[in-house]
Write a protein that binds this ligand. Structure first.
Ligand code: ATP
Length: 229
């Protein structure tokens, strides 16, 4: 599903590469934690998969797309199949919960009757039925993240990328969000999550890919956060 082969990324303004000869394969349906200290290259890894950046060396495949050869005009099609969730939720503040989720379908041209049918279904899936007409600022952080997950998932993406999705949440709420991501993963969606959260990684026992200074230093199939530390 995701294949990075000898990928390096050097930003123009940076002296050392953000990623340095990284090769990683992720199969369809896997759940992978991307861990490592600040600046180790986790966000760069995710940005490359979205084609927000191109690698300086190496090749990247996502599903049938060869990202290094993908023409710019095809990038929107790729991004339609990749859902994204961030630490700071990134909801549209002037739209209701339902409108935030509907917007993700409207921008890719889904007809109104599909939107009317699918939005309540996905809000139920994430545990937000009854909150469809609330504004984002009327929700808790955990609820806002559920909206963001609903929006990322409503189009049934192949891959869900999550960059520190629990970074602004307390431990109990974080656990709830992880249960939701697990549920989404069980539907067959590949999940790749960058995190600093030791307790989540340790409790889930999923694949752990650890980066340090842009290199993969560990890839464990049922890993914990702090091996050998
Ligand atoms: N747009 C950019 N321009 C120049 N350098 C960048 C850019 N984005 C990231 N970097 C550098 O690349 C390296 C990796 O950064 P990246 O954001 O990928 O790390 P990270 O592991 O996600 O860190 P954090 O956990 O703090 O989010 C860092 O040295 C950073 O300063």
């Amino acid at each position: 599903m995701i294949r990075l082969e000898h990928v390096s990324k050097a930003y123009k303004t940076s002296t050392r590469p953000a990623l340095d000869d990284v090769s990683v394969n992720v199969d369809k349906g896997e759940f992978v934690f991307l861990i490592g200290p600040s600046g180790s290259g986790k966000s760069t890894f995710l940005r490359l998969l979205l084609r927000e950046e191109l690698p300086s060396k190496g090749s990247i495949h996502v599903d049938t797309w060869n990202l290094t050869k993908l023409p710019r005009r095809r990038v929107p099609k790729l991004r339609q199949r990749i859902g994204c969730v961030f630490q700071d939720f990134r909801l549209l503040v002037n739209k209701t919960v339902a409108e935030n989720v509907a917007f993700a379908l409207e921008v890719i041209g889904k007809p109104p009757n599909t939107v009317r049918k699918v939005v309540p279904e996905v809000l139920q899936l994430v545990g937000l039925d009854g909150k469809a007409d609330r504004m984002p600022n009327e929700l808790s952080g955990g609820e806002q993240q559920r909206v963001a997950i609903a929006r990322a998932f409503v189009n049934r993406p192949l891959v869900l990328l999550a960059d520190e999705p629990t970074g602004n949440l307390d431990p109990d709420t974080s656990q709830d969000i992880m249960l939701l991501l697990e549920r989404i993963n069980r539907t067959g969606t590949t999940v790749l999550m960058a995190t600093h959260d030791h307790s989540i990684v340790d409790s889930m026992r999923r694949r752990v890919v650890e980066l340090q200074l842009g290199k993969v230093v560990r890839d464990d199939s049922r890993g914990v956060y702090g091996v050998g530390r």
